[in-house]
Design a protein around this ligand. Structure first.
Ligand code: GDP
Length: 333
């Protein structure tokens, strides 16, 4: 029934009406690597921009098996029951290999994915982390324009992806496993420094006591790290995605976070900072690819590299010469 090619107006109207089919197609447009789609997607996004920004953006990270998707399922269902509309996105720069099977797989969130109030979208496949990040950010904006008021962004702890997700969300939580002392050692301090909450999942059955012990251990570790958000004290919490114990409390923590940070202005300040950071990282990537894809540069590169290796010119001099050869107008054409 739906036409193969939709107009800009049809995209904008459909997304604003919350039409999931149109939203999915708009996101596909965002994810496309064709330059024609890029232009259209950006026009659509431009018009939707005034309708974005009202959602609460929550990032969730943790090693595979920590229970991220089970928590998202429990948490998401609870929010939908309370009248929220929840979009679940994922950032997985490895998905070109795994085909997005690790994150955002709807079968992992069976009941949530069947709800009208929820929208689940797996990570865009492949590309650099920067490319995936742009697409995910723009997807998030599309979902906001479509009326989703809670955005959950999931990522596995691989490389830089936690930092990337941290830079797109208001609140960031780290899901960890219970007890195991070696697990505590395995978690990098750097990741703990990004977290507004540390969530010890699987606090049920035989695991309950171990989870409580782990909570104490994390609380002690937190004392030694810099808080992720100014004016907010990160704590460790236990929960069970199975029994739902601690899941409503998690939402209370996030609501308190919003209240405190909005009052202090840290919330708004972070959003503004994130926008500029996004712009700057796109400038970096754009110039980087223009430079390294420029035929004049790629043509001269082997020779210059050799000269550096032979000690004929210094790396600094090499950069100077290459940049002098670089014509940005030519490259951008
Ligand atoms: P993810 O890789 O971080 O998304 O982890 P999953 O959500 O797929 O969970 C990994 C495994 O832990 C699955 O077998 C889940 O059934 C199990 N699991 C998740 N949450 C809980 C929980 O609260 N309690 C218990 N006992 N098991 C859980």
């Amino acid at each position: 029934k739906r036409r193969l090619i939709m107009s800009e107006d049809e995209y904008v109207d459909g997304v604003l009406k919350g039409d999931r089919m149109v939203l999915s197609r708009a996101i596909t447009l965002i994810e496309s690597n064709s330059s024609k789609h890029f232009v259209k997607a950006q026009r659509v996004l431009q018009r939707l921009l005034p309708h974005t920004g009202k959602a609460l953006r929550i990032g969730i990270t943790g090693v595979p098996g920590a229970g991220k998707s089970t928590i998202i399922e429990a948490f998401g269902n609870m929010l939908c029951d309370r009248g929220h509309r929840v979009a679940v996105l994922s950032v997985d720069p490895t998905s070109s290999v795994t085909r997005g099977s690790i994150l955002g797989d709807k079968t992992r969130m069976g009941t949530l994915s069947r709800r009208q109030e929820a929208y689940i979208r797996p990570s865009p496949a492949g590309g650099t982390l920067g490319g995936v990040a742009r697409k995910s950010r723009e997807t998030m904006l599309m979902c906001e324009a479509a009326g989703y008021d809670v955005i959950l962004i999931e990522t596995v702890g691989v490389g830089q992806s936690e930092t990337t997700v941290r830079s797109m969300v208001d609140f960031f939580m780290l899901v960890v496993l219970t007890g195991a002392g070696d697990d505590l050692q395995g978690i990098k301090k750097g990741i703990m420094e990004l977290a507004d909450a540390i969530v010890i999942n699987k606090a049920d059955g035989d695991n309950l006591l171990k989870a409580k012990v782990a909570r104490g251990e994390y609380e002690r570790m937190i004392e030694y790290i810099r808080p992720a958000t100014e004016g907010w004290q990160t704590h460790a919490y236990t929960c069970s995605a199975y029994t739902k114990d601690g899941i409503p409390e998690l939402w209370e923590v996030i609501r308190a976070f919003r209240e405190v940070t909005e009052k202090s202005g840290v919330f708004q300040k972070r959003r503004r900072g994130q926008l500029l950071e996004w712009m700057h990282s796109m400038i970096d990537e754009h110039l980087h690819s223009l430079f390294f894809e420029d035929p004049v540069i790629t043509g001269r590169m082997p020779e210059v590299r050799e000269a550096v290796l032979q000690g004929v010119i210094s790396p600094t001099q090499a950069v100077k010469e290459l940049v002098n050869m670089f014509d940005v107008d030519r490259a951008a054409r």
